[in-house]
Design a protein around this ligand. Structure first.
Ligand SMILES: Nc1ncnc2c1ncn2[C@@H]1O[C@H](COP(=O)(O)OP(=O)(O)O)[C@@H](O)[C@H]1O
Ligand SMILES: [Mg+2]
Length: 245
């Protein structure tokens, strides 16, 4: 299996993002050729903002973002084939009442005919062992199953990079394990954003985001260890002003 994507970096150069002139992210520079990139940070450190910037859903206030050479905000046509994103809450992602409509929509966006979208959806559901979900109303599915629908919908579009914005928060351990296995089997390049070190233990490279700035980066073991130490230190103090929103 390929362990790097050498000429196709995830590249952020001095990226800043401000809301009403208040900086949410400042001077974020990332260059990674890894297949599994992790971003760790506390609540409120700017992770979801970073996820949306990398997916091209927000325009950086400063700096540049190139995902495998694509300017994902400006070039939306190229971006939908380049980056997919999974959000923490499936309700923020799902727009259609049935599973097959949800999955088929992405394929139609990529230019598939109606008939090809139907066939593609059937094939994908079969690959995940969920052929019987075709006409299932999404509202009747469990939370973990809704996550799987979102994952299938994004993977159907075969993005070169999949951004995960804490998609496993709040799920039980077996569900996390099953969804992780599906992701691994898909073989897609991942950029996983989380506050939970468990999600990133076997990642290639981890970036630590702290109050909108990059605090450290390197091999997963070292960065996660330093992050945990700092979290324990903060947690042991009694300065409530350090409680993130
Ligand atoms: N649309 C917005 N309006 C105002 N403040 C925002 C908005 N989006 C994010 N923020 C602020 O930016 C900071 C980072 O938010 P976010 O990117 O959601 O962090 P994380 O995902 O790490 O919890 C937080 O302080 C948050 O309150
Ligand atoms: Mg978030």
């Amino acid at each position: 299996m390929a362990i790097s994507s050498a000429n196709n970096p995830v590249l952020l150069e001095d990226v800043g993002y401000r809301i009403n002139d208040i900086p949410v992210l400042s001077g974020v520079s990332v260059r990674s050729e890894s297949m599994r990139i992790g971003v760790i940070g506390r609540n409120g450190s700017g992770k979801s903002t970073l996820a949306r910037l990398i997916a091209g859903l927000l325009e950086p206030s400063e700096g540049q973002i190139r995902i495998e050479g694509v300017d994902v905000y400006k070039d939306r046509r190229a971006a939908i084939r380049t980056v997919g994103i999974l959000f923490q809450n499936p309700e923020h992602q799902i727009i259609f009442p049935t599973v097959s409509e949800e999955i088929g929509f992405g394929l139609r966006q990529l230019g598939a005919s109606k008939a090809d979208a139907v066939t593609g959806t059937q094939k994908l559901l079969a690959r995940f062992g969920k052929a019987h979900w075709q006409d299932a109303p999404i509202h009747a599915l469990s939370q973990g199953q809704k996550h799987l629908v979102c994952m299938m919908s994004v993977l159907a579009m075969r993005p070169r990079l999949l951004v995960l914005d804490e998609p496993f928060a709040g799920l039980d351990i077996p569900t996390r394990m099953q969804l992780t296995r599906h992701l691994n089997d898909a073989g897609t390049r991942l950029l996983h954003i989380t506050h939970d070190t468990r999600d990133l233990e076997d990642y290639d490279q981890v970036f630590w985001l702290d109050r909108g700035r990059l605090r450290a980066s390197g091999v997963a073991r070292q960065v996660l260890q330093d992050f945990t130490q700092e979290m324990v230190r903060i947690g042991g103090g009694d300065d409530l002003s350090l409680l993130a929103g």
